[in-house]
Design a protein around this ligand. Structure first.
Ligand SMILES: Cc1cc2nc3c(=O)[nH]c(=O)nc-3n(C[C@H](O)[C@H](O)[C@H](O)COP(=O)(O)O)c2cc1C
Ligand code: SF4
Length: 487
């Protein structure tokens, strides 16, 4: 994980919680319109992948328990984890790329509606991602993966002074045993990256037909996924245009595609808008369609808040029902993975900005993205749109949430890790028992589990009451999968 050079350890300060009467009078607990729906309050649990689906993407009992447990806390909106829109294997991540996934998702909706007494709106985040391979063993890379080109032969001939490298086997062996310096001189930048980090596709790989075809392929795929979400009973869909994934790749200032879908901001937003229109056409105007995108990519040459402001206005103009903001979470600055592991987009500085910890700079982790979100909301409102804007990132107290709303920096307040630490936050605060909230310590034990593709839990509760009868556990009973019941 990326760290500041001289980090300051921020404390989780005591906070004043409202009485039930104060909560009832607060902005946080006032309703807000989201499309044709009304959320009962301005509380929101953003998408979090818990690594609980089956290997082929179906909803499991553990998924049902996980979302049911969040629903017991009665947030106004709960967003189901990034769920793949294609019908391709993607490990234990939920999928919605075929009708066979609908029954499981339907069950998930039922569980949440029941557990929240119908109080929680349930959206599902739908995602497309490109291929990311694990970092290869050096021998495998040179003996099997590297596609030998004439340029490699020429470069090696130049370095060694030996003219004939037509024997591919000999060339591969030479590279396998060559120094780092020689390897760098022979491979191009992408080949070097594939060796050091694992091969990773980009939306700008125009030499690949399936990448060239993305603008034609993706709108119907997203539209079909959204239609399935509607059929399963979700209250809405959130198009995942954030972090390290395909649609964020189109929005990125690094996207220089020359086919009308890259370069200028207008071109970069073209496909995200075409996907939206295809989705809207399929699900109708009475269904909630929102999105998540980045207030700042936090990478060199990436999109900044000026881009995000432009995008936000265009997304609002197009008719999106909510705009949920995140920050960073990119592959470009991620740390080198170990051999056999895949690069994880939350290990660089952009990853830090996505899920900031208490080891921070002076600004600290709490509400770190709020100034950016506020400027984005202002741009949307100045353009005379009232599309609700969701702020997330290091928000954990009522005072913080209320201040954000009072200053009109956002319309809705998201809490991911705080909700994981204590899914009952929303109800506890509402009834004046905020002092019983289990406060997130923002040290990212949960994120480390996500990185290792292990079932996500929170260190504040996963070893509590392990002998409770009937609970689900992992790691030979050493971690419970759901927080204990409150009271
Ligand atoms: C375990 C874990 C999984 C996450 N999965 C997703 C995801 O599927 N989609 C997404 O947009 N963000 C995901 N996030 C990011 C969160 O939604 C949120 O933006 C981030 O944690 C910062 O908010 P917080 O400070 O309230 O935790 C994930 C975060 C965590 C900790
Ligand atoms: S594991 Fe740590 S960072 Fe994650 S939710 Fe729990 S307390 Fe917060």
């Amino acid at each position: 994980m990326w760290k500041f050079a001289n980090p300051i350890r921020h404390r989780i300060e005591e906070t004043k919680w409202p009485t039930a009467e104060e909560a009832a009078r607060s902005l946080l607990y006032t309703p807000v319109k989201i499309g044709r729906l009304e959320a009962r309050s301005r509380t929101w649990v953003p998408a979090m992948v818990p690594w609980r689906a089956t290997e082929d993407g179906f909803v499991t009992q553990q998924n049902l328990d996980w979302y049911g447990r969040f629903a017991q806390g009665r947030p106004a909106v709960l967003v189901v984890e990034a769920t793949g829109v294609r019908d391709i294997p993607s490990g234990p991540l939920l999928r919605i790329g075929d009708d066979r996934f609908i029954p499981g998702l339907k069950k998930l909706v039922e569980v949440v509606k029941e557990a929240s007494g119908g109080e929680t709106l349930l959206f599902i985040q739908i995602i497309d991602f490109l291929s990311v391979k694990r970092r290869p063993e050096r021998a495998k890379y040179f003996q099997r993966f590297l596609q030998i080109r004439e340029q490699h032969r020429r470069a090696v001939a130049e370095i060694t002074g030996e003219a004939d490298w037509s024997d591919e086997h000999k060339l591969r062996n030479f590279l396998l045993n060559a120094s780092d310096e020689v390897v760098s001189a022979v491979l191009d930048e992408r080949e070097r990256e594939a060796l050091d980090f694992g091969y990773r596709e980009r939306v700008t790989d125009m030499h690949l037909q399936h990448i060239r075809e993305l603008p034609r392929e993706l709108p119907p795929i997203f539209a079909a996924a959204a239609e399935r979400a509607r059929e399963a009973g979700f209250d809405g869909v959130e198009l995942h245009y954030a972090h390290a994934y395909t649609m964020a790749g189109f929005l990125s200032a690094q996207n220089n595609r020359a086919d009308g879908y890259g370069g200028s901001r207008e071109n970069r937003i073209r496909l995200p808008l075409e996907v939206y229109r295809a989705v809207r056409e399929r699900v109708g105007t009475d269904y909630v369609v929102g999105l998540r995108f980045l207030a700042d990519e936090v990478i060199a040459g990436g999109s900044r808040v000026e881009d995000a402001r432009y995008y936000a206005v265009e997304f609002a103009r197009a008719g999106f029902d909510f705009l949920s903001l995140s920050k960073g979470g990119k592959f470009e600055d991620a740390q080198q993975p170990k051999v056999g592991q895949a690069v994880y987009p939350y290990t660089g500085q952009s990853g830090y900005e996505c899920m900031p910890t208490v080891l921070s700079d002076e600004a600290g982790p709490f509400g770190r993205s709020v100034p950016l979100v506020a400027s984005i909301k202002r741009a949307v409102n100045d353009a005379r749109f009232t599309t609700p804007v969701v702020a997330t990132g290091g928000i954990s107290t009522f005072a913080q949430a209320e201040e954000i709303l009072r200053l009109a920096q956002a319309d809705i307040v998201g809490m991911a890790r705080q909700a994981l630490a204590d899914p009952d936050w929303f109800i506890k605060v509402k009834i004046g028992r905020g002092n019983e909230v289990r406060r997130c310590t923002y040290t990212n034990y949960c994120e480390a589990l996500d990185q290792a593709h292990r079932p996500v839990t929170c260190k504040l509760w996963d070893r509590v009451n392990l002998d409770e009868p009937g609970i689900a556990t992992v790691d030979d009973g050493r971690r419970r999968l759901e927080p204990p019941a409150w009271g």
